[in-house]
Design a protein around this ligand. Structure first.
Ligand code: ASP
Ligand code: MG
Length: 422
């Protein structure tokens, strides 16, 4: 008998009908002879609605209370899902994250799981019941307060439980058929991947692809939990997220796994800073001490006659004004000529483990953008990724051009079954 952890996302349980549909699917899995543990997200856009509500009540709610509020979303879905399963003649028991043994640190809003003690889940399983666990939440080890794991955190709950219970697989049910080579909402002919390595998913997720919660993939990689991302709207085989070694062991390996895009970044340029030791350190110490994470950094060689250079970096758009103010306050120290904040950029990233051993990938990428008439403003690379910054309005065109240039286009259109993409 296999133990399967199934996670159903908000768009799969958006109303009473879909809750019943999901209940039938869970029962089918059980009837096929498996033990099933279910993790469920809040129904539809409930979490966003609860955040909107909090904002109307208070401009700056305490983290403890906001977490208490947001966990209510998942409590609703776990209870109604358990009821729907009862109606099908099976016993289901719902558990909050705390009851299910998801122990976290005490950082409200983005708590980290530090231990999983799923005693009650194991008990329910041995009693023949189907445990339903509220995703995205836990309880702090020291304060004993309720915490949340950050937006999209139910994926992490599911993988953490799968690891602790030594499940055979963690199935993540969503509103698309799996992981695609690009966002199917932008690239109609996006191709569903049969397999993808943990590292590749992490790069795609970190660069704007809305696939899986990064922490969930990190967790899965650490404990080697296979993840099967699939649609809750059909029975099709989805995409398997596995280790690079397991992926290498299968026959044919594509060079590229996908194209991600991110419209959430801005770019900040310090014009004409003196080219001398300590300048970069001062700039980035200042930015970091204001809690701003930078991503790409570009500095040119100084023009020989002036000995001045430009320094440009990207950062989350929401931090733009903060970084600007911080750098303005050290103008005397750095003596730049001007600061330019540009919020109208897109970051496009091409990801694939095959890049490690395959020359010419960046050249092909730049050629594809040139042919589409798209200007590249910044470039950065990792071992398995190439990212470029373009104008924001060029994003969709750039993703499509790259997707086609690398022969990723599928023969059929990708289906998006539900969800607002919110
Ligand atoms: N309901 C939470 C959210 O919308 C957690 C999740 O869906 O995974 O972010
Ligand atoms: Mg959600």
């Amino acid at each position: 008998m296999a133990l399967i952890v199934q996670k159903y996302g908000g768009s799969s349980v958006s109303d009473a009908e879909s809750v019943k549909r999901v209940a039938r699917r869970i029962v089918e899995t059980k009837q096929a002879g498996n033990d099933v543990v279910v993790v469920v997200s809040a129904m539809g856009d409930t979490t966003d609605e609860l955040i909107d509500l909090a904002e109307q009540v208070s401009p700056n709610p305490p983290g403890r209370e906001l977490d208490m509020l947001l966990t209510a979303g998942e409590r609703i879905s776990m209870a109604v899902l358990a009821m729907a399963i009862y109606d099908l003649g099976f016993e289901a028991r719902s558990y909050t994250g705390s009851q299910a043994g998801l122990i976290t640190d005490s950082t409200h809003g983005r708590a980290r799981i530090i231990d999983v003690t799923p005693g009650r889940i194991s008990q329910a399983l041995s009693d023949g019941a189907i445990p339903i666990v509220a995703g995205f939440q836990g309880v702090s080890q020291d304060t004993k307060d309720i915490t949340t794991l950050g937006r999209g955190g139910s994926d992490t709950t599911a993988v953490a439980l799968a690891a602790a219970l030594k499940a055979e697989v963690c199935e993540i049910f969503t509103d698309v058929d799996g992981i695609f080579t690009a966002d199917p909402r932008i690239v109609k002919k996006a191709l569903k991947l049969d397999q993808i390595a943990y590292e590749e998913v992490l790069e795609l997720a970190a660069n704007g692809a809305k696939i899986l919660h990064s922490r969930c993939v990190e967790y899965a990689r650490r404990f080697n939990v296979p993840i099967h991302v699939r649609s809750s709207f059909n029975k099709n085989e989805g995409s398997w997220v596995i280790s690079q070694e397991a992926k290498d062991a299968t026959m044919e390996q594509p060079i590229i796994s996908g194209v991600a895009h991110d419209l959430g970044d801005a770019k900040l340029t310090l014009v004409a800073v003196p080219d001398k030791p300590g300048i970069a350190a001062t700039i980035f110490e200042t930015v970091a001490s204001n809690g701003v994470n930078v991503d790409m950094i570009v500095q040119n060689i100084a023009a020989s006659d002036t000995n001045k250079t430009d320094v440009t970096f990207t950062l989350p758009k929401i931090d733009g004004k903060k970084a600007l103010a911080a750098l303005e306050s050290i103008k005397d120290k750095i003596q730049y000529q001007e600061l330019i904040l540009d919020e109208n950029i897109a970051k496009i990233s091409l990801v694939g483990a095959g890049m490690r051993s395959h020359p010419g990938v960046s050249a092909d990428l730049f050629r594809a953008l040139a042919q589409a008439g798209i200007n590249i403003e910044m470039i950065s690379t990792s071992e398995i990724r190439i990212s470029v910054v373009t104008r924001a309005e060029d994003a969709a065109k750039a993703v499509q051009a790259i997707h086609s240039a690398f022969d990723l286009d599928s023969d059929t259109d990708a289906t998006v079954h539900a969800g607002t993409g919110r």
